[in-house]
Write a protein that binds this ligand. Structure first.
Ligand code: HSE
Length: 312
């Protein structure tokens, strides 16, 4: 096999999953924050995670690390069993933040590896490999974070098995604002508290909103996007895990946000906005609410990340 290069660095973006009404289905990439990863091709047939910086307590054993597991899954699909990788990770996305920390590592690893081996795999295959990292992190191989991390933009996971992912258009000027209360919510815990059955009435509301949101993205109809950003199934249950969630949401809407909700499984909360100016007002509204609480937080204002994992 001919290799294009021996070493590659990538930026692997944070992502917002669920996007209110689309639990396990919708997601989008942010432009920042992102993890910085460097992969070196080796002939050891193994994955070595030589360094993880950023101040988090993350395992370096490949089988216990989301990037390692995603790479092992990719390597299992290769004929050449000598191919291996050495990785270093500068972790900028906090684990347990709800903005796709584990998916960034998994997606960054497989996209970088694919470049090193000459682009053997499709985006869909890379998402499937990265989903193994999600399975390790949360117990479920969901794709709503890894799909936008790999493909960029807004994505819809129509089916997990067989995997079917649709890339959706992003209206110009669409910004995301995210507040991350510095408390940890484990995705596995946030999934356990969900009900396994929903009423037909709620299901109708939810799938109408998913349809409305997708149509709003296609038509760049900000009003339709705003009306569709509603989650009647998951948010009422998970929002109890997030300090001052109702007040936060109300203040953001009053400040001009189109709408939003819990980012992934939380504790981050996202809002979508039409333009940078509105996004900055919404960020201020978020900060005003959280400044009154005894909870540390950080905020991010970002355009939708069109690129996904970016080769530097
Ligand atoms: N769809 C997943 C969940 C995303 O909400 O559990 C986790 O980041």
């Amino acid at each position: 096999m001919m290799f294009e290069s021996k070493k590659i660095s990538v930026h692997a973006p944070a992502t917002v999953a669920n996007v209110a009404c689309g639990f396990d289905t919708l997601g989008f990439a942010l432009s920042h924050p992102f993890d910085e990863m460097t992969l070196t091709l080796t002939d050891t047939g193994s994955v070595v995670i030589s360094e993880i910086t950023g101040g988090f307590d993350l395992p370096c054993e490949a089988e216990k690390n989301v990037a390692g597991v995603a790479l092992l899954s990719l390597m299992a699909a290769l004929d050449d069993k000598h191919i291996g990788f050495d990785i270093t990770i500068q972790k900028n996305i906090k684990p347990g933040s709800g903005i796709g920390s584990s998916s960034a590592s998994a997606a960054g690893a497989v996209v970088a590896a694919n470049h090193l081996i000459g682009g053997k795999f499709s985006a869909l295959q890379l998402i499937e490999f990265a989903m193994q990292g999600e399975k390790l992190a949360s117990g479920t191989a969901h794709a709503d974070n890894v799909a936008p991390a790999v493909m960029g933009g807004f994505t819809l996971v129509r089916s997990n098995c067989p995997l079917d992912v649709v890339k959706l258009p992003v209206p110009p000027n669409l910004y995301a604002v995210v507040i991350h209360p510095l408390i940890e919510v484990k995705t596995s815990d946030a999934r356990k508290i969900l009900k396994t059955h929903v009423s037909l009435k709620d299901a109708v509301t939810q799938w109408s909103n998913v349809g409305g949101l997708v149509a709003g993205l296609f038509m760049s109809d900000y009003g339709l996007i705003a009306r569709s950003l509603q989650d009647v199934i998951v948010e009422p249950i998970r929002s109890i895990l997030i300090p001052a969630f109702d007040e936060l949401k109300q203040r953001c809407l009053s400040a001009g946000a189109l709408g939003g909700g819990i980012s992934g499984s939380g504790p981050s909360v996202f809002m979508l906005c039409d333009g940078l100016e509105k996004a900055q007002l919404v960020e201020k509204a978020m900060q005003a609410v959280y400044s009154q609480l005894a909870v540390s937080y950080e905020t991010h204002v970002s355009p939708i990340g069109q690129q996904g994992v970016l080769v530097c």
